[in-house]
Write a protein that binds this ligand. Structure first.
Ligand SMILES: [Zn+2]
Ligand SMILES: [Zn+2]
Length: 449
């Protein structure tokens, strides 16, 4: 608990999680795991390994990045920033990382106690929120050779996550024009902001002609400094999403063409910077089934009167408060074929991992029902008893399933066969070219000529 709380107290955004990453790695190292730091060229990534002789390799995914601007006191049912404007664990990754580490520790103890051979690894994956960590780790082959991967995400219900997530690309478009006095000699200027605006207009017209399930959104990250100066630089940051990578790619190509056309129209030049791109999650039926059985055995988190009181008060802030604010049930698992899969509206870089190794994940109640993700309401839960109780339940489920997988070759075999089936003959290809370093290690825009 101290580890999760400590990470919660030191919220750091993606690729900057120096304290949090080390805290979790040190925790595992002090419990007998061997650490390899800075894998895939990501300074805050690591792999922690415990081996008990020849045998299968079981992996757990850990994350620890926070979100900007969500600083919030723990356990307070009202908005109360600890440090105004500072980051906060609005996605509960303090719990996610620690919960996965706990699960691996449980498996390690069971391996020693019962002479189970094999290896358990925890993958310290930075920058999930920007979908960077696991994608760059996947590209570097960090997950190769793992037999089964398990993971979880703090949520507000207790369930096996039998839903995929959207394939997504995070990409910036920068335009370069010519500055001039906007009133004095506008004829000599070429506005980079015009290019951004025309590009956005073009994309908004494109929307009518793409599939319903696609999601395209943008922010203008730079658009000039004053109206009387023709901006010679402007930048817009896009997320382009769709269910399957093959549906997402053509939409991304269309967006790229619109960017090029906007540059032509405005007599500016443009360039793109690909930040990351991730795939949809491949669901694994046998792993989902196994996780469900373990979830039922462990049971939902047990909350006390204080937790209920806190959750009730907190949910008064929600647009749609739930009359029973804490989930103490287990959602029924319904396994369906790929053409009937449910899709989460967000994206996760777990997707790339699921294309490399059979992958299963769960969620447990770590916050009040009816709230939204990425909010101060999640931060307050993720640093308090409600969050910690949800995390412990998740750890036990993941540990139980892990021990089953290490000791029962048939389960691993079934998961592997299902994974091969879900690949439908395709092989994993990372969407980020080998030449691109992780975003935080690139030269600042415009530094290189
Ligand atoms: Zn998250
Ligand atoms: Zn998130």
């Amino acid at each position: 608990m101290a580890c999760a709380r400590d990470i919660w107290e030191h919220p750091e955004i993606g690729e900057q999680e120096f304290y949090s990453s080390k805290r979790l790695a040190d925790f595992l190292e002090s419990h007998g795991f061997t650490l390899q730091h800075g894998v895939a060229g990501l300074p805050t990534s690591w792999v922690a390994t415990f081996s008990n002789g020849e045998g299968p390799i079981l992996g757990y995914l850990a994350e620890f990045d926070a979100l900007p601007g969500l600083s919030q006191e723990a356990g307070s049912p009202v908005r109360k920033p600890l440090k105004e404007g500072q980051p906060g664990h609005g996605c509960g990754h303090d719990l996610l990382g620690t919960g996965s580490a706990f699960a691996a520790l449980g498996v390690k103890e069971a391996m020693l106690l019962n002479k189970i051979s094999g290896t358990v690894k925890v993958f310290g994956c930075p920058a999930e929120e920007t979908l960077v960590g696991k994608v760059y780790m996947a590209r570097a082959g960090v997950f190769d050779g793992v037999d089964i991967m398990l993971g979880w995400h703090p949520g507000s219900e207790n369930a096996v996550t039998f839903a995929s997530s959207l394939a997504m690309t995070s990409i910036k478009f920068r335009f370069h024009g010519k500055t001039a006095h906007a009133a004095g000699d506008p004829q000599d200027g070429r506005s980079a902001l015009d290019a951004v605006e025309l590009m956005d207009a073009g994309v908004n017209f494109m929307r009518e002609h793409i599939i319903d399930e696609a999601r395209v959104h943008y922010v203008i990250t730079s658009g000039g400094g004053a109206p009387n100066v023709v901006p010679d630089r402007a930048e817009v940051w896009y997320y382009v999403r769709a269910r399957r990578t093959e549906e997402q790619k053509p939409i991304l190509e269309w967006v790229r063409q619109i960017a090029g056309a906007a540059a032509v129209m405005t007599r500016t030049t443009g360039e793109e910077e690909l930040l990351s791109t991730c795939r949809e999650v491949l669901l694994n039926d046998p792993l989902a089934q196994l996780l469900q059985e373990n979830l039922q055995q462990v049971g939902p988190p047990v909350f006390d009167a204080q937790d209920w009181e806190f959750a009730r008060k907190l949910s008064e802030n929600f647009a749609k408060p739930d009359s029973v604010p804490l989930d103490t049930t287990i959602t029924k698992l319904e396994i369906v074929p790929p053409d009937k899969w449910r899709w989460e509206s967000g994206s996760t870089d777990d997707g790339d991992v699921s294309w490399i190794v059979p992958y299963g994940r769960i969620t447990t109640a770590c916050s009040a029902k009816g709230g939204t993700g990425h909010s101060w309401q999640v931060v307050t839960c993720a640093g308090s008893a409600v969050g910690f109780k949800g995390m412990l339940a998740a750890s036990k489920v993941l540990a139980g399933a892990g021990i089953d997988l290490l000791t029962q070759p048939k389960l691993r075999q079934a998961a592997r066969e299902d994974y091969i089936k879900k690949l439908e003959g395709k092989t994993y290809e990372c969407g980020v070219p080998d030449s691109l370093p992780p975003p935080s290690l690139r030269k600042p825009a415009g530094a290189a000529k």
